[in-house]
Write a protein that binds this ligand. Sequence first.
Ligand code: ADP
Length: 549
Amino acid sequence: MRKRILLVSLSATIIGILLFTLLVSNIFYRDIVRRTNEQLKTYAGFFDPSQPFGEEYAEAFSARLGGARVTFMDAQAAIVADSFGDLGEASRSDRAEVEAALLEGEGFAVRRSDTVGKNMMYYCVRLGEAQGGGLLRIGVEASSQTGVFIGALPTMAWFLLLDILFCLIFAWIATNAVLRPVEQLTRAVALSGGKPVACKYSELQPLAKMMNEMTGEIAEKVARVEEDRRMEKLILDSMEHGIVIFRDPSDVLLINKTAARLLRCEQGDPIESFAADPEIAAILAACEPSSVYRKIEGRDYNFRFTFPPESCVLLITDVTESMAAMRSKNDFIANVTHEMNTPLTSIKGFAELIGAGSVPPERVQGMARTIIKQSDRLANLIRSIINLSAIESDELPDYEVNVSELAAELIGGFEPKLRKKDIALKMDIEAGVKVMTRRERMVEILNNLISNGIRYNKEGGVLEVSLSGGAAPRLTVRDTGIGLSEEDKERIFERFYTVDKSHNGGGGGFGLGLAIVKKLCKRAGWKLEVESTLGEGTAFTIEFCPKRG
Ligand code: ADP
């Protein structure tokens, strides 16, 4: 800005000085011409008509006029004598000053003389009868307008130097005066931190107002962008999915907290685990959307790679639950098929033998009993599976069930079995204990626990059923049976888990009873616990904690 002002003011002055010099030299030149004309007329007045009109006087007259050119011509303008030498008698009637003198008695001209080879000013006048009407011409060397201009150049150069100096000082002061308030305003706006600034110069007030509005808008936009970024970061970091955007593993653009934890790297750090994983390295090289599964800290994760232009997006999803559900579903189907296969094979085998008539009549009855037993087993299995899946979709309302009465009633049904194994029954049931549930659910729980307490008890053992009331009623079914190892204690609630596989197909169940009990307790929010010592006995306790909400 300063330079521009300086340059403009310097150029303006230089052009101004040049134009001024041209104008002045033109005025001077005109003045010189006018004065010379008058001077030549005065010179002509010194002509002495008594002197012989010839060469000798021309030179003498020229000398008297300080060396001016003196030419005598006859009435037809043929040269008679010339102080610059013998030029013959050639006519000079075509010269402007001579032509004018012939016509009007006198003439003046400024022109270049071919004879002398210089710019000359001539004055020509017609003489009297004594010179036969001849002509007198006096000429002096003329300085041209360019000459005058060139002559003025040294002075002009000094003026220019002075002028440039003056211009520099003036421009410095002027630009400072003009720019300082603008600079002050700019600095004030820069330091204001988005607050409005005041300006005392009225000319700059519109600018200040505009800058205030703009800084206000910018501050607002910056705040909005920062808030958006904060929110984005918050959302990304609170996501349970991991997300990474990168150009290549060493140029990570974005990584959220979950991804950083799972990939063990920080924002901006290269992801080293990718290079060490050949399958992932191959996906990144191919740039084709793909998925891989990885186990990290005991959990299953799906790594989904997509490739938008010039980047790669990785979405890491925890699929532990869905994988477990899938595995459990597959295991369930395999177990069901396996458990059904055994009784079915036996039923089919015996039925085919009877059908072929190859069985002696005395064995048919025994075979029929086996068929009925295996059919019951199959029916039990199907009933258990139906029960298990019914719990999931059971949305029927709860009501108060008198567990004390129900337990006493059910125990009665187990009398034959207890007697068969010579098991002593101990009942410690508080009267009137009620729990919010449905009768069929409580029947399922009691039947499973009591039948297990008999089935896995020893001959001549003890079965103890106790029920206490209060805010959280407790039911305990304790036996003095075979007990459970620590490992089995963890697993007995899994579907189809049986400790002794030889039970299957025999007197034992399918490993679904405790899975049903656990599922019912979980749905109701009850606490189910098992205590057991291998070889000594087992106790199952349910605390019927009332449902919250
Ligand atoms: P099952 O119909 O085979 O009894 P459960 O789900 O009721 O199926 O029980 C699972 C397994 O847990 C049984 O196979 C048995 O090995 C073990 N179990 C259950 N109750 C007892 C108990 N009271 N004492 C010892 N083991 C038990």
